[in-house]
Design a protein around this ligand. Structure first.
Ligand SMILES: [Zn+2]
Length: 426
């Protein structure tokens, strides 16, 4: 288990070159100890001490303002088989449908247009273009989920997206109208090759739309659990612009979306090909006003994370002392960060109840909490690891909460939501 490290005793500069600008100016502000890969679920009984563990540290680049982790687990180890399927959450499917509808109408996409989705997972997003008759192509490195997409009728290349893959697509299809990337842009080990490939593939007329967890939202929500080995980079508009600008690309429009507790959606084209919308300047100004370009903001964030740990452990210890059971509600990757960073194990949370059958029967990494199916008996309270879907779960579990059950919400504030709070919490 990780413990709180004394920042005074450590060199704050990380031994790395910034992933965007290449300078050795990355200062550590949050050290979550050594942790196993968050999606590496193992069989029960396989010894916890045989799990490979890697440092999980977040740093801020004083030169280009990118927030990033320093340790890279090779992508082949993380993404060749993947237990996460986008299509399991209703909120996410609705989000994909809305996004597809918006993009089709904004860019006048039709049967002659091709949409390429990077990290297309099970094809949940691309499938939403079907009613519009738009041609689609997914690029997905994990063979198990790529197969699910193909079986569902979404053409998918089973490989990593990089400059070489872009060239391959361009030779076969020509320039594409729209490239999208949702929830993958922070994963990319070959960041510059990917962005270079995107630039070539969209040509002068195409658009790249990237959705990524927004660092500004993470800071506001105290969502440190989004920090895990798969997420190498955490973007603000400014750091995203620093990256894109190096490859002749520019953000011409931007939105903040509620999905995943706050995501940035940037619309990108080759520099000079599109009129820049006022939202871009407005968000730049807002980020400056909130101090997102200053290390002090991130140091304060880290202090709040450790205060949160004290509060959450207090609540869980209290349940344990009273002989009440607590199960985790869901076993998402970010839940592993939360549990392992705070030192929460089976003593405090006996089981994790999960809808995704690919995870049932395995144990969570590090904490070794067993993952069970939804048919499992009800506990006295659930620790809500997927806190970003709170309103969906409140609606789904209204009867459980009415009958005296409770949700322990860890983020953004530690809260216990039970029968009494039902009306006001949603
Ligand atoms: Zn940098």
């Amino acid at each position: 288990m990780s413990q709180k490290l004394d920042p005074q005793k450590l060199d704050p500069m990380l031994d790395m070159s910034c992933r965007v600008c290449g300078e050795r100016t990355v200062e550590r502000f949050l050290d979550l100890g050594v942790q196993p890969h968050c999606n590496r679920l193992s069989l029960p009984g396989s010894a916890a001490d045989s799990e490979p563990r890697y440092p999980l540290r977040a740093g801020f680049c004083h030169n280009c303002s990118l927030v990033q982790i320093d340790h890279t687990i090779p992508k082949e180890r993380m993404f060749s088989e993947y237990p996460y399927v986008s299509g399991t959450t209703r909120t996410l499917i609705e989000h994909f449908r809305n996004s597809a509808d918006r993009l089709v109408s904004a860019y006048g996409l039709g049967p002659d247009s091709l949409v390429v989705d990077i990290g297309s997972n099970d094809g949940s997003w691309l499938a939403q273009y079907r009613p519009h008759g738009v041609r689609v192509l997914g690029v997905e490195a994990a063979s198990n989920v790529a197969e699910i997409a193909v079986a569902a009728g979404v053409p998918t290349l089973n490989r990593f997206f990089n400059a070489e893959t872009a060239e391959l697509i361009r030779r076969e299809h020509g320039a594409v109208a729209l490239i999208t990337a949702a929830g993958v842009f922070f994963h990319l080990e070959e960041l510059h090759s990917v962005v270079d490939g995107i630039g070539r593939l969209i040509g002068d007329d195409g658009v790249f739309v990237v959705q990524a967890i927004y660092l500004g939202g993470m800071i506001e929500n105290l969502a440190f659990d989004q920090i895990y080995h798969e997420h190498l980079c955490y973007y603000t508009l400014r750091s995203l612009e620093e990256l894109l600008g190096r490859h002749g690309l520019a953000v011409f429009d931007v939105h903040i979306l509620p999905i995943h507790g706050g995501s940035i959606e940037a619309h990108v084209a080759r520099i000079g090909t599109r009129a820049v919308q006022p939202a871009v300047g407005a968000l730049r100004a807002e980020e400056a006003a909130k101090g997102l370009g200053r290390i002090e903001t991130y140091r304060a964030f880290a202090d709040h994370v450790w205060q949160q740990r004290t509060r959450l452990l207090g609540v869980l210890e209290d349940y344990r002392r009273r002989g009440l059971t607590v199960y985790a509600y869901g076993a998402p990757a970010k839940g592993a960060t939360l549990l392992n960073s705070f030192g929460i194990d089976r003593r405090l949370v006996a089981k994790a109840v999960e809808k995704n059958r690919m995870k049932v029967g395995l144990v969570m990494p590090g904490s070794q909490i067993p993952i069970v199916g939804e048919e499992t008996e009800r506990p006295d309270a659930y620790l809500l690891l997927a806190w970003n879907f709170l309103s969906e779960f409140l609606a789904k579990e209204a009867a459980y909460l009415e009958s005296g059950g409770a949700f322990i919400v860890p983020i953004p504030r530690v809260e216990i939501i039970g029968r009494d709070a039902l009306g006001k919490a949603s």
